[in-house]
Design a protein around this ligand. Structure first.
Ligand code: DX5
Ligand code: ZN
Length: 214
């Protein structure tokens, strides 16, 4: 069964708490939180204080996607803030620091994830596959919601499904996912689907959750 991870980046920030509660009422079990630093990606979003406040008011699975330069500097704060999954970009630091960040996340009782940008091949994350609980394949360039789905990422997704060594590891996609593209991703091996603009813009969000998770 697939899991929907609604991206709160597309929520209404003046009604954030309400949107979180409504997301749960609509049947979602996960919440995707995009953290951007204006360096690794040309956009800014939330910090760890935000995750901490979210943790206080929800028991949804917090699926935190770090789009920040040298994430090792902040993984401890994001773990302590209450992330359930904490995912770092393979492109954001040296292999030594990436490994150290994954180990740090694990040691703090949080599930580590690794993510690849569209131009990064699957092989780049091969060394980390035995160590993570989530692999994320970007289907847009990270930084902004509302971009067009890159269908040419599907061979990489399919390849990663065959490369996973941990049987409990999730394979997630992020970017341009709607009810149509979600089916393409599922057919190519994804089991967690992030959706921001399509989910928060849907007329019937509960039906959206049901269709993705069917
Ligand atoms: C993009 C973010 C996504 C974004 C997805 O950098 O990682 O999580 O919120 O938004 P949509 O679903 O609108 O493409
Ligand atoms: Zn994301």
């Amino acid at each position: 069964m697939a899991i929907l991870s609604p991206s709160i980046l597309s929520a209404d920030y003046m009604h954030f708490h309400e949107d979180m509660d409504r997301t749960k009422a609509d049947g979602a079990k996960w919440l995707h939180v995009d953290i951007m630093d204006g360096q690794f990606v040309p956009n800014l979003s939330f910090g760890y204080a935000w995750v901490k406040s979210m943790r206080k008011i929800t028991d949804l699975v917090l699926d935190v996607h770090l789009m920040i330069d040298r994430p090792i500097r902040y993984v401890e704060e994001f773990c302590k803030a209450g992330s359930d999954y904490l995912t770092i970009h393979v492109e954001s630091d040296t292999p030594e620091n990436t490994l150290a960040a994954i180990e740090k996340i694990r040691s703090l009782g949080v599930k580590p994830g690794i993510v690849v940008k569209p131009n990064t091949p699957a092989e780049a994350i091969e060394p980390y596959l035995p160590l993570v609980d989530l692999v994320l394949v970007m289907t847009v360039e990270p930084g902004f919601g509302g971009q067009k789905f890159m269908e040419h990422m599907m061979p990489k997704l399919k390849q990663l499904r065959t490369m996973l060594v941990n049987p409990n590891c999730h394979l997630e996609v992020d970017g341009g996912v709607d009810l149509t593209t979600a089916e393409i991703c599922k057919a190519n091996g994804a089991n967690v689907l992030v959706a921001g603009s399509a989910f928060y813009g849907a007329a019937d969000r509960a039906a959206f959750v049901r269709q993705i998770e069917a």
